[in-house]
Ligand binder design. Structure first.
Ligand SMILES: [Zn+2]
Length: 130
């Protein structure tokens, strides 16, 4: 995990990004342009550029936050060790530990999971899916 001080993160991130990624904040619903992103590509951690989600796992949840039914395997960690996901499990970028969102069990097939992500914590790059 990349270890940085709060000051180093503040220098790299916008205040909004810092609040979500480093202070477990939540952006206001419907504020992220990534809600409407439908192109093919990859969603990266805004802090450290780790690839977290592929566009082919994104779905329109209607919640106002970018949502995915699964992650890129091994790139996202959850806060607890529960084998079965509980109703509100925090998840974060495995590389820098930055908070991304919460995962719920009311998503679509094939996983039934809804990874509800703060758009400000992601950076989208079009192109081939990682
Ligand atoms: Zn990261």
């Amino acid at each position: 995990m990349t270890q940085k001080t709060d000051k180093e993160w503040r220098d790299r991130l916008t205040p909004e990004q810092f609040h979500v990624l480093r202070e477990h904040g939540t952006e206001r619903a419907g504020t992220s342009p990534l809600n409407y992103e439908k192109r093919t590509g990859t969603f990266y951690c805004a802090a450290c550029k780790e690839a977290l989600f592929s566009s082919d796992t994104k779905f329109d949840s209607g919640t106002g936050w970018p949502s995915f039914f699964t992650t890129i395997p091994g790139h996202v960690g959850t806060k607890s060790d529960y084998k079965i996901l509980v109703r509100r499990t925090e998840y974060h970028c495995i590389r820098c530990g930055g908070h991304q969102g919460h995962v719920f069990d009311d998503g679509p097939p094939p996983t039934g999971q809804r990874w509800c992500n703060n758009g400000v914590a992601l950076k989208f790059v079009t192109g081939k899916v990682s």
